[in-house]
Design a protein around this ligand. Sequence first.
Ligand code: 4H7
Length: 200
Amino acid sequence: MKFDVLTLFPEMFEPLKTSIIGRAVQKKLIELNLINIRDFSKDKHKKVDDTPYGGGAGMVMMPEVVYDAYNSIQNKENAKVIYLTPQGKTLNQEKVIELSKEEHIILLCGHYEGIDQRVLDEIVDEEISIGDYVLTGGELPAMILIDSISRYIKGVLKEESTNEESFSKNLLEYPQYTKPEVFKRKKGAGSVTISDTMKI
Ligand code: 4H7
């Protein structure tokens, strides 16, 4: 799986370089490319946003710079372009599994009041929201997509981990226990006996 991320804040993606996803990148099971949209500004002050037509608060990301950043991505013929926005369809596990079957995903992260509609109409295939609340940018939603999708890429997790979820066909997990057998006078699941249950 290849992920290209179009963002004004590539440094926000540092946490993905740790733990399970970081190891998957190192093992080349997933490829993660961060593209700084600001690098494509032709303005001498590297400006990427402007005031909205029709008035209103805040700034809108300009279409040309986003389009040029998108066009810098190689071999994007079969890529799916996803825009992270609160207006998108809410993400769920079924959608995560569907997306894990793609070979190339381009994630477009908006900031400020969002991105000029004309470039969205030109390049976006799908709009996704991670839930009904407001964030300052699409970067955290993009990271959540990368994390949730990568779990389904072969070799990222131990074989059984995602199988178990599909067998049980529900996401409601039971409490987990490990050593020690007794903690704060309570036993873990494995060693609970009938007399513990019956309080005898
Ligand atoms: C694109 C368009 C995603 C990105 C608009 C993004 C929540 C989610 C953003 C906006 C996001 C989610 C513009 C929406 C400013 C909020 C006050 C960045 N927020 N913004 N508005 N739920 N914000 O997935």
